[in-house]
Ligand binder design. Sequence first.
Ligand SMILES: Nc1nc2c(c(=O)[nH]1)N[C@H]1C(S)=C(S)[C@@H](COP(=O)(O)OP(=O)(O)OC[C@H]3O[C@@H](n4cnc5c(=O)[nH]c(N)nc54)[C@H](O)[C@@H]3O)O[C@H]1N2
Ligand SMILES: Nc1nc2c(c(=O)[nH]1)N[C@H]1C(S)=C(S)[C@@H](COP(=O)(O)OP(=O)(O)OC[C@H]3O[C@@H](n4cnc5c(=O)[nH]c(N)nc54)[C@H](O)[C@@H]3O)O[C@H]1N2
Ligand SMILES: [Mo]
Length: 824
Amino acid sequence: MKKQENINASRRGFIKTTSLGLAGTSLAGGSVSALLSTEAKAAEMQTVMTAAHWGPLGVVVQDGKVVKSGPAIEPSVVNELQSVVADQVHGETRVKYPMVRKGYLEGNKDSSLRGRDEWVRVSWDKAFELVANEMKRVREAHGPSAIFGGSYGWYSSGALHASRTLLQRYLNLTGGFVGVKGDYSTGAAQVIMPHVLGTIEVYEQQTSWEMILESSDIIVLWSANPLNTLRIAWTSTDQQGIEYFKKFKESGKRIICIDPVKSESCEFLGAEWVPVNTGTDVALMLGIAHTLVTENKHDKEFLKKYTTGFEKFESYLLGTEDKQPKDAAWASKICGVPVETIKQLAADFSSKRTMLMGGWGMQRQRHGEQSHWMLVTLASMLGQIGLPGGGFGLSYHYSNGGAPTATGGILGSITANPSTEAGAKTWLDETSKYSFPVARISEALLNPGKTIDYNGTQVTYPDIKVIYWSGGNPFTHHQDTNTLVKAWQKPDMVVVNECHWTPTARMADIVLPATTSYERNDLTMSGDYSMMNIYPMKQAVEPQFEAKNDYDIFAELAKRAGKEAEFTEGKTEMDWLKGFYQTAFDAARKNRVLMPKFEQFWQENKPITFKASEKAKKWVRYEEFRNDPLLNPLGTPSGKIEIYSDVVAKMNYDDCKGHPTWMEHEEFSGKTTAEEPLALVTPHSKYRLHSQLAYSSLRKLYAVNDREPVLIHTEDATARNIASGDIVRVFNKRGQVLAGAVVTDGIIKGTVAIHEGAWYDPQDLGQSEHPLCKNGNPNVLTRDEGTSKLAQGNSPNTATVQVEKFTGEVPTVTVFTEPKYTQE
Ligand SMILES: Nc1nc2c(c(=O)[nH]1)N[C@H]1C(S)=C(S)[C@@H](COP(=O)(O)OP(=O)(O)OC[C@H]3O[C@@H](n4cnc5c(=O)[nH]c(N)nc54)[C@H](O)[C@@H]3O)O[C@H]1N2
Ligand SMILES: Nc1nc2c(c(=O)[nH]1)N[C@H]1C(S)=C(S)[C@@H](COP(=O)(O)OP(=O)(O)OC[C@H]3O[C@@H](n4cnc5c(=O)[nH]c(N)nc54)[C@H](O)[C@@H]3O)O[C@H]1N2
Ligand SMILES: [Mo]
């Protein structure tokens, strides 16, 4: 007790003298390690440099425990996600030991017990034996098509300890598996964009921010909230994007946010907010496009030279066939934006250099293909594509798109397909043969043998007997949770590797405790597009309790299947890291950039930072195409931007035509019922990465009455006698959740918002058709339906609900406590 107090006292002192620990280190400066070691000495603590999706971190360790964390490189806007490493490592929700569901252990075949059974702690040896034996049985009896290893998710950063890749490496080596196509982020956009632009577009470098600052008059955040979403990156954020947005704001130029929610970005940037009904942007864009044509403000030269099929689209726009011109008045009725605003946007966009920055919330809905197709069409009509600071960009809000690409080297990383193994190709063929669009998981589990359309082809669902998930959380990320609960009962075995007792871990038969990234050594790039830094990710503390690295878990399972040598290639953790570093070293040398030797880099405990060339800073997306479309054609069949796509048209889908089209969604503000009068939108949270860190102390910053907040417009709240702070029940035909009301004018009337990633916490699972989620996971309410036959993406932002004040006895949220268990 005394000792604890002393630690706290010195910790408080430390915080006071150093603000958030490792502040003040400049990006280019080499002072990180010096700073780290002096601070550590002063406080008799050890400070370790590491990194996470949310950036470069300094982790302060005392007596083998993480006591504090902060940015290793100070970001220009505070990123609270960096401050909770201690919660991540030592929080109450850690999975400490291998666990098996009691019924599973006893051979009870009732799989509906998943999620509500008791837990039994077993030895690692027993856990390995259970997993290895069942994998062997299922493989021999049913082959690779029975083993689902898609395992979608945002596990931790790191070139080596990539939990999903390691799972798939093990599964490939032992005979293949069922994988997935696409992702939840851009399910619709990444399938339609190649037809329109010849590239995936959503994960590509954007026109350099330097050019935006220099040339753009207006930037439009269309369904984008970069202040939240740029706090993280797939590798690790280089923290540049928010800084650039801030600079643009400081230049005094216009920023417009088109969003049903007055987002954190809108507030922070002091932007103009154009509230729009959820799911109606295509109508709004058509209204703008129609105005451009009738006022003769569209760039006919550009359309002729660089696009194909505008005439067909134009006849739809003008209503030649359906007798419905898609004019501003028509659009306004659907999208809720006043006619004058629509006309003004057309005037402003066409007279000023405008960058349309499209976020992804608006394509995570039914007919999600249409919004970005229409955005590109609108940008084509404005004629600024390929000019500095003009056109469109689909990744400014993600992983610091637009931060200039640095010249240096890129780390190697562990692969799912060890090429050394003869016969690997056959497994890969098998794997891709059985894979299905990622968000069709429930449907696939429930309907083995069913065939669906997908992007001009057909996909038949395999019969899945085993689910192995490592590094994702489908019971928060997937739509229509109640259907997923049923689908999840189909397989014979569900195994989950997890650091925390997530809702998905709770739904497993076997849970294997995984280390967090702070319990192992790794490396990561930063920036995704900028490739600006190499961050060392040094182990800060010993593996907690009986947690093992995913690498070691899969190496052991590979060993039990006779494939250990192929899995490990005989290498240790440090051997792998040295190899990955060497790849970067060699590439950098080719670029005439000198990196330190690995040993020196590792010992120095600080990032390597590469510089961007002047050319990279001046890079303009589609500039080459604009300069010479014949010499630099796009990868589309016509070599041009396809406003009309023959390929898509010939697929003959009723839900995705040959040109962008407004299609009414089954549920949206224009199609509500008396039972479900409000639209639901589910943006990404500022204080989490999806479901990650939901259990952390950051929860105090947003939880309302210990529930996930629901944003509701003042008038909608008044009509229901709801005040801020009330616990409300949000419900529809698919399910019900409790949430804490935030009454605000910062959301369009008729839409309510609950952030994705809230942990699923069902009351009386298995007792009722629609168990109440005590915490407020919005996916209990969302639709589990593909965006269309083209992309089959996820469509959570298409849903209607009702909200009422909750009057019953309020149940306690229990999902953030460790479940009870017995010892075998
Ligand atoms: N309604 C709605 N639903 C959505 C969205 C939406 O906008 N609205 N967005 C969708 C999008 S874009 C995405 S990307 C998905 C995200 O869905 P997920 O990627 O599944 O969400 P995460 O919470 O990041 O899950 C990662 C899990 O990996 C675990 N983990 C971390 N490190 C390790 C490790 O080293 N080893 C192991 N074994 N596990 C580890 C974490 O504890 C966490 O449980 O959600 C989708 N769902
Ligand atoms: N802090 C934090 N950062 C993240 C993540 C996170 O969970 N937390 N997740 C990461 C991942 S995996 C991804 S894919 C990206 C997600 O990036 P996005 O998909 O762009 O993020 P969202 O928050 O879903 O949506 C952005 C904005 O679109 C709005 N929106 C939703 N529907 C509509 C609509 O119909 N019309 C219009 N005009 N606007 C709409 C939302 O209100 C929100 O303000 O973010 C990444 N960054
Ligand atoms: Mo995502």
